[in-house]
Design a protein around this ligand. Structure first.
Ligand code: SAH
Ligand code: SF4
Ligand code: F3S
Length: 442
């Protein structure tokens, strides 16, 4: 049996694409191996959002080159966003690569490999021609009770720092009937938690026909109505697209979790404008208040970039102030990384590296302090936890996630996939601790 190995970089969309790549390879009769050395087909599903994933990929490809020298029959495939961004250069850069494919061309990989997979002239498939939803392919999921569901591909925003629109193309929404059919099928297979995925998930539906019910809130309601789905999450929404019907649907649907990822990027209206985020500091904070008023016990996550071109100490101070004011439950913090071809990469006033490093350290401090306070407030409460498996730090305990998306390590018996009640007795800035609650009948 020929065997494959997939290495995934980047966001949840890429992780989901990898499930499709694996499903497709399995349908072609290949089996998965967990070590690259044993694989006949090596796939790298790449990310190019910042410089760091590019550098990590280069190291991985160095290994792949050595493996290919040992066994020239081995097939090396590079897919995903880096492949798309470098489509002109990838074979010159890495001559041992056999096939390159963009995120919209995953179905072509099967055709190419199915036709032999080696001995064929090098090919590269890009998004420019014809993009297809990977969501229509077979899939290989990591956990039987959780699933990602792709609702759209691409992004129509023009955030000045971001490479995604260039590599994932214009936004195309999947039809609601197809999405609900997939959720229904997943529920029948035992899935309890679905995460709806789109680069700009809450702008879903704008490009579909006017006679279809296509507004993100309606989609949430339709998924909520599927029997067996206990938890619905979605990522990543854009603050500009949180209209009233979406907020109402989150508040009213039992399965939609009390957790929203609300990318801030910067707390300075001046920088937000230069980033082309289309909201101001005031509008963002007002949205937070509106969401918290409508959805009791809401947890908020965010993404923040420091050192965007032209960011002054004063601008950065505004970011710190918003983080302090909002009090996020979790936050991903990034040092701005110029990406070739984006608007911001060509801007004057690039911020020096040492300034960026100093700012991110100060930002992380405030993020962690506020997150710790938020988690401390959970101590003494009983939380519903979806069990995922053994704890990563202490195998004698279990690990799962609350509806508010916080990881909980706890003692007590339970099976992965089970929903249990956990009494919280400890907190850090990123996790909670506790023990399975014993319910005493009155
Ligand atoms: N579609 C999602 C995810 C975009 S990428 C969204 O719009 O939220 C995830 C995060 O990476 C972004 O929210 C941003 O904070 C960060 N990011 C994107 N481009 C970046 C760059 N050039 N440098 C640093 N961080 C970046
Ligand atoms: Fe990038 Fe902005 Fe689109 Fe998100 S909304 S993917 S940050 S362009
Ligand atoms: Fe990276 Fe592409 Fe996602 S650039 S963050 S894998 S959309």
């Amino acid at each position: 049996m020929r065997r494959y190995h997939v290495t995934t970089f980047g966001c949840q969309m890429n992780a989901h694409d990898s499930e499709r790549i694996k499903g497709m390879l399995e349908e072609l009769g290949l089996g998965e191996t967990h070590t690259a050395e044993d694989a006949d087909v090596l796939v790298f599903n790449t990310c190019t959002i910042r410089e760091k994933p590019d550098t990590r990929l280069a190291a991985h490809l160095g290994n792949a080159k050595a493996l290919k020298e040992r066994d020239p029959e081995r097939v090396i495939a590079v897919g995903g966003c880096y492949a798309e961004a470098q489509r002109e250069r990838i074979f010159a850069q890495y001559p041992f690569v056999d096939v390159a494919f963009g995120p919209g061309s995953i179905p072509h990989l099967a055709e190419w490999l199915g036709a032999g997979g080696h001995g064929i002239a090098r090919s590269s498939f890009g998004i420019a021609e014809e993009r297809r939803f990977a969501a229509t392919l077979p899939s290989s999921r990591e956990r039987p009770f959780q699933a990602w569901v792709q609702v759209s591909m691409g992004c129509n925003s023009k955030c000045a720092y971001c490479i995604v629109p260039a590599v994932r193309g214009r936004e195309v929404s999947r039809r609601p009937g197809e999405i609900v059919a997939e959720v229904t099928r997943l529920a029948a297979e035992g899935v309890k938690e679905v995460t709806l995925l789109g680069q700009n998930v809450n702008s879903w539906g704008r490009d579909l026909r006017a006679d279809l019910d296509t507004e993100f809130g309606e989609l949430l309601r339709a998924c909520d109505a599927v029997d067996g789905i206990e938890r619905i999450r979605f990522t990543s929404p854009h603050p500009k697209d949180f209209r009233e019907p979406v907020i109402a649907a989150i508040a009213e649907c039992d399965a939609v979790c009390e957790h929203i990822h609300l990318p801030l990027q910067s707390g300075s209206t001046r920088i937000l404008k230069s980033m082309r985020r289309t909201y101001s500091r005031e509008r963002y904070v007002a949205l937070v208040e509106k969401l918290r008023a409508a959805i009791p016990d809401l947890a908020l996550g965010t993404d923040i970039i420091v050192g965007f071109p032209g960011e002054t100490e004063e601008d950065f101070g505004e970011t710190l102030a918003v983080v302090d004011e909002v009090g996020y439950d979790s936050a991903f913090t990034f040092v701005y990384s110029p990406r070739a071809g984006t608007e911001a990469a060509a801007m004057p006033d690039q911020v020096p590296d040492e300034v960026k490093r100093d700012r991110i350290e100060r930002l992380v401090e405030v993020v962690q302090r506020r997150a710790r306070e938020r988690n401390d407030a959970r101590v003494g409460l009983v939380e519903e936890v979806l069990v995922e498996g053994p704890s990563r730090t202490d195998p004698a305990r279990l690990r799962g996630r609350t509806r508010r998306n916080t990881t909980v390590n706890f003692t007590g018996d339970a099976r992965p996939g089970e929903l249990v009640l956990v009494e919280i007795d400890a907190a850090t800035s990123t996790t909670l601790g506790g023990s399975r609650a014993v319910l005493v009948a009155a």
